[in-house]
Design a protein around this ligand. Structure first.
Ligand code: BTN
Length: 223
């Protein structure tokens, strides 16, 4: 049984969860209505206003976890599509995209023998400072129950973490954002066309000098 730590306000559910693991706790979730210092990948700030879904939870870390971020993305997409009818696409490696805009993000961090998964989804929050972001509320005009989305997502993640790599890769491919479109690839410092992911989860792109494999970095749609 997972313990639940629920807050109306916190600095970051991810930082709180990290401190819990470091003090020997495991098998828990941390949920907050609002984060004053939410963080995304590469140390970026993560806007976390009231109404959105902001939570972190831990799982055992084991070697197959090289595809963990992709597995979590696939799990979140399945829940949002099957239970809420939102055709969320997956932008490699960790973004949740709706109508070409960012509706959420995933961060996975190894802490001792645990993997800490942080998920942020713009559900019922109203104000977004970024132009290229969207909320469920913008999209459907309806509010959703954050706690029940979170529970479904955690259940689905627990299944997908144990799934075969080939299953994860197939589902990610089928729901990949920006396929065949020109994007700016940060690690290449140039534009390229998004082609696919390979069996190890690497991103395959086509540049003016041919096909390249990408192992890290960001992609952004060229307008
Ligand atoms: C990203 O797109 O860079 C990942 C964003 C992850 C944000 C979530 S919100 C809940 C958890 N707490 C944090 O401070 N960050 C993650």
């Amino acid at each position: 049984m997972r313990s639940e730590y629920k807050f109306s306000e916190i600095t970051s559910t991810q930082d709180y969860a990290k401190s819990k693991i470091l003090s020997g706790d495991k098998n828990f979730l941390v949920l907050s209505d609002y984060q004053t210092d939410g963080r995304g990948r590469s140390g970026r700030a993560w806007e976390s206003t009231i109404g959105g879904l902001w939570f972190s939870f831990d799982e055992e870390f084991y070697e197959k976890n090289n595809l963990i971020t992709l597995s979590i993305g696939v799990a979140v997409r399945e829940v949002l599509y099957e239970e809420y009818g939102c055709d969320v696409k997956l932008k490699w490696p960790n973004d949740l995209i709706l109508e070409d805009k960012k509706v959420g993000g995933i961060i996975c961090e190894k802490v001792n023998d645990r993997v800490l998964i942080g998920i942020g989804i713009n559900t019922n929050n109203k104000k977004l400072s970024l132009d290229n972001a969207i909320t469920f509320l913008n999209f459907t005009g309806k509010t959703v129950e954050n706690y029940s989305i979170m529970k479904s997502i955690i259940n689905r993640c627990e299944d997908f973490i144990k799934a075969e790599n080939s299953v994860i890769i197939k589902l990610f491919r089928n729901n990949m954002a920006y396929k065949e479109r020109q994007c700016f690839i940060s690690s290449l410092k140039q534009k390229a066309k998004i082609i696919d992911i390979d069996f190890e989860g690497k991103l395959i792109v086509e540049t003016d000098k041919g096909i390249k494999e990408i192992i890290s970095g960001e992609i952004n749609l060229c307008t």
